[in-house]
Design a protein around this ligand. Sequence first.
Ligand code: SF4
Ligand code: FE
Length: 496
Amino acid sequence: MYINLLERRLPMPLKTPAEYIESIKALKRTVYLFGQKIDNTVDNPIIKPSLNAVAMTYALAQKEEYRDIMTATSHITGNVINRFTHIHQSIDDLVKKSKMGRLLGAKTGCCFQRCVGMDALNALSMTTYAIDQKYGTQYYQRFLKYLQYVQDNDLVCDGAMTDPKGDRSLPPHKQEDPDLYLHVVKETKDGIIVRGAKAHQTGALNSHEVIVMPTIAMRPEDRDWAVSFAVPADAEGIIYIYGRQSCDTRKLEKYSIDQGNALFGGHEALIVFDDVFVPWDRVFMYKEYDFAGHLVERFASYHRQSYACKVGVGDVLIGATQTIAEYNGIDKASHVKDKIIEMIHLNETLYCGCIACATEGKREEPGTYMVNTLLANVHKQNITRFPYEIARLAQDIAGGALVTLPSADDLNHPEAGKWIKKYFKAKSDIPTEHRIRILRLIENITMGTAAVGYLTESMHGAGSPQAQRIMIARESNVKEKQKTAQRLAQVISSDE
Ligand code: SF4
Ligand code: FE
């Protein structure tokens, strides 16, 4: 056992959390936040919690107890790599991906941002191969070389799909401003120049690389918009504009109690591509418009599975709700017990979905394992609903103090503080500050910075609810269900 572990550790390109943070610090980027240019994102108090959440994906990979879930063996080098850079080689890999999402959601209580890159890599492994089969191109070999670079350096990739989209009723080539979908503006012998933007980019500032994909299926007239490539996050011409979150400026306050979860958070940003050069060896789709939909569907289904993360955040919220019930002395009330059971039932139903789409996955060319797309879409559809109900029940049990608590400044004030400690006390053996901390955590997940991830991102991330319903309609074979009914009713014969 000891020798095996040693052997396994030898070729390990795993970064430590400190190495990861240093590598992000070394990036030279143009970043805007609150109307100012930010040189150092790593030590910025607004951004830092989100960096910590990504760093957790490195920290857990270093721990023996999580290694089976957090690491995998590269199918190209045989090295032990972080699972976030792995191409799924089996059903077991897909199941471990779902378990990894729940684990990290529970460890951070927020969006840990690294899934988009993993999902982009896996989708590209299939689409580059499929394009080569049809057109005799060399995208797959290019992709494998890039993948090895990502694996060997244990990089975070931002999977950038969502274009600004302009007038939603018009395809890319009919937009008044052609840049509202990212597109190719020039081709040279060394590569291409691209212009446009990607919106709502999760973890953009904590990523080493940006992998760009088209956002919709395309027609021949849209061929200049059918482009996929990877660029370093600090490539010339890239501009980041940081997205606001509800309660974000609490991170600038003197005391951290009011943040609820002071250690971790997620973030999104607008990424502008102002004529960015991409060398040919980083281009994975170039005007093959008929494969834009292929890539979008695979990425979307993988990313809908990735919403296992919300099950982990649900674990935190259930734990916080049970705790506040005990602190308030209401945990024995039958309706409170029943509401907690309801929260668990909803959360575990979500878990069923992300495990089911993994176990029902199958091998696709060139050997990548793909989730069951119907079940992945059903799972994500549930994710657009159940966290809202879980959050409602948490707020029901937590009580009105959730939104009427005084600030941490008042708690620490020599005069006001004593009244807060006296009148916000519930059970006599529980310090008032503990009660406040748990209430602030529930506030954070259900209406503060983490609610971006637990609620609105659950609604719109990996595609809005209607996108899943389109896929559910397409994948569910209603005709066959009709036949089974008609056979039993003897409307048609048993062998039809
Ligand atoms: Fe990953 Fe979930 Fe964040 Fe999406 S919302 S990047 S699936 S942690
Ligand atoms: Fe997301």
